[in-house]
Design a protein around this ligand. Structure first.
Ligand SMILES: Cc1ncc(COP(=O)(O)O)c(C=O)c1O
Length: 443
């Protein structure tokens, strides 16, 4: 058995960073863009299932899944098999100018699983490209320049999607002028309501404001779409109340706007349904997906209702989009998700939330525990409910040093987004380490 085949089954951490890691970190500092956002010095060598091993042999339990990407776990043997088979047959030809089977098979499958009937698919390489496609398509189809997006939203970092992003100032600073015609409005972040109201007595002031905006500032004749994450990801794993998305759908129907749903992070089974909008019984007109779609190979997709995706030949394309190896990985990934991982996300997600709720009774720093499936966030707060951002850093670092990988989101949220293969005893291990990390804050 080669080293790469050896199972990784338990946490094992010695010194961090180790000797080999230090060397790579030095090179990284010398050669890579300083714009990347690393939270701790993890230098990964390989991954298997829910674990990753670093270059010095330290083993970690991964509750990040490579930022919600490795849905089937690291190097799922069936996905690896599909990748190898396709790589031996055809690696690239470009779906822009030529035809090949994996691309149409994947498009057919995506149309079948999309949360609306009669879809058409544009394949690309990332989340930001899927959003770019959605944004361009909305303008093209409606011939209207404006679009409504939300504060806290993260839609990507290329110029179009960055114009829609309103998550952190550093992501936008010094990049202006961005695309014009984007209007941001407050999201239904009920734990921190922008209007200082309490749900459900709030009368959905956040939705009323959108109507006000459409009435006074950006009339529907000039507005193409509302773009929304059904669960805000980078913004802090914020789950809107059940009425919010149906109300957006209603506005779109009334005023003939398109509803674009960005499921780059919440899609592909993460929330316990294939797409998070299915929890809210809402059918979008355009859907953007990426991350969990191909178990780690770069792939994104924009799926739109057939009558919406009516642009002409040459209006949008991508050299690498719909790469055959990525398509093969996606086809196998979707099959594995359907065979049981989405169900696992539901049941284990509930268990994870239950365990975190228990911790909340012990630690007053836990202001809010929220989640759908395995998209779970814990918001840390100070006594005055202000964000406990420093504590988030301390907790995440403590967990790393003790073998658990976590990432932050929003102002002071820790997100739990393990691969969807995660087991109950692994959740217990994660909770034990998280408990110690919170306890450590008290010292
Ligand atoms: C909801 C959402 N949309 C878009 C993106 C951008 O995806 P990518 O980083 O693949 O460009 C992300 C990435 O985190 C995301 O969470």
């Amino acid at each position: 058995m080669g080293t790469e085949d050896r199972e990784l089954e338990g946490i094992a951490v010695k010194t961090l960073p180790g000797k080999r890691a230090k060397k790579i970190l030095d090179m990284d500092r010398q050669y890579l863009s300083p714009s990347l956002t690393r939270h701790y010095p993890l230098v990964v060598a390989r991954g298997k299932g829910a674990y990753v091993e670093d270059v010095d042999g330290n083993v970690f339990l991964d509750f990040t899944a490579g930022i919600a990407v490795c849905s089937t776990g690291h190097c799922h043997p069936e996905v690896v098999k599909a990748i190898k088979k396709q790589a031996e047959t055809l690696i690239h030809m470009s779906g822009t100018d030529f035809y090949y089977e994996p691309q149409v098979l994947l498009a057919k499958k995506l149309v079948e699983i999309a949360p609306f009937e009669g879809g058409r698919v544009f394949l690309c390489n990332s989340g930001t490209e899927a959003v770019e496609c959605a944004f361009k398509l909305a303008r093209y189809h409606t011939r209207r320049p404006n679009i409504i997006a939300f504060y806290g939203a993260f839609h990507g970092r290329t110029m179009g999607s960055l114009s829609l992003t309103a998550s952190r100032a550093v992501q936008r600073k010094h990049f202006s002028p961005l695309i014009s015609g984007v209007f941001h409005v407050p999201y239904a972040y009920c734990y921190r309501c922008a209007y200082g109201k309490e749900y459900p007595e709030c009368d959905f002031e956040c939705v009323s404001f959108i109507k006000f905006l459409l009435n006074k500032v950006s009339p529907s004749e000039d507005t193409s779409a509302i773009i929304v994450e059904p669960v805000q990801g980078e913004g802090g794993y914020v789950i809107p109340p059940p009425e919010f998305l149906p109300m957006l759908r209603e506005i779109c129907d009334e005023l003939n706007l398109l509803l674009i749903v960005d499921e780059v992070q919440s899609g592909m089974g993460r929330t316990g349904k294939m797409f998070a909008v299915e929890h809210f019984n809402v059918k979008p007109d355009i859907l953007a997906i990426a991350k969990g779609i191909a178990s780690g190979l770069p792939l994104g997709a924009c799926i739109a209702r057939e009558e919406v995706m009516n642009w002409e030949t040459g209006s949008h394309a991508s050299t690498f989009g719909g790469n055959p190896v990525a398509c093969a990985a996606a086809l196998r990934t979707i099959q594995i998700l359907e065979e049981g991982l989405i169900r696992n996300a539901q049941t284990i997600g509930k268990y994870l939330i239950k365990r975190l709720n228990e911790l909340q009774t012990t630690f007053s720093i836990i202001g809010d525990v929220r989640g759908l499936g395995l998209m779970v966030g814990v918001e840390l707060v100070r006594d005055d409910k202000n964000p406990a951002s420093e504590a988030v850093k301390d907790v995440i670092n403590y967990c790393f040093r003790n073998g658990l990988l976590l990432l932050p989101a929003g102002e002071s949220v820790i997100r739990f987004m393990p691969p969807l293969i995660i087991k109950k005893d692994e959740v217990d291990t994660a909770i034990d380490i998280f408990y110690q990390a919170l306890n450590n804050l008290r010292r």
